[in-house]
Design a protein around this ligand. Sequence first.
Ligand code: KIV
Length: 278
Amino acid sequence: MKNTVNTLKEAKEQGRKISMITAYDYTAAKLFDEIGIECILVGDSLGNVVLGYEDTLSVTMEDMIHHSAAVARGAKNAFIVTDMPFMSYQTSVYDAVYNAGRIIKEGRADAVKLEGGVGFKDHISAIVKASIPVVGHIGLTPQSVNALGGMKVQGRNIEDAKRLLADIKAVEESGACAVVLECVPAKLAEFLTSKVSIPTIGIGAGAGCDGQVLVYTDMLGMGGDFNPKFVKKFAMCGDIMRQAVTAYMEEVRSSVFPAEEHTYKIDESVIEQLKGTN
Ligand code: KIV
């Protein structure tokens, strides 16, 4: 059954935890959808994970739409949330609505996600007014890496914690259907979760959130140099892939692969006739 904004709302009301995972292509999305994940995030972590950028700042609307549409073709039931990339909404409320519309129309997402709290109330409200569900994102907001002075845990002192409370309230009041809390101390995330009626989805924010999200290549141990403490590696798929491709390479080099069972047959007489042809 298709997951919708109502699934998120009911999950919070019933105290059922929400699972969200990133995906950037058809194959991964189909796989995660088939096992019943509620939400797939087409994150702008696409920039780091798929496109090899240092950060998310270079990711474009075209990148997000292209990958969101691929995910949508693979995931039939998951609620698909696609990130609005850097400078697709910060520039104006008009741009925010226009670009959110493109992500829904061309990227076939069910909702958009954007980073920011108090400063983005108008943007979120306007997108919601256009009947587009919005997921907020506060705490560590990677698109503000330069303004934040690096990728750091947020809200550790009273001023910052108050700012996060104001941010989450602003996101809720603007009509967002959920909010991601990234790199926030667990007790603060739990407190913030208790202060809003919309579900909180944590990443590096402890078990007190209403749900969790992880970047799939991180939690599947697919390599990369990003190893923060909040990522649990549920498998070491990078090692499995390395071993498998090494075995393939060795079998190609030693002519073990392809074997008889991997080849197509032809009547011997055809080859004999061919040999007699100039
Ligand atoms: O881009 C992304 O994958 C995200 C998650 C880290 C929440 O925004």
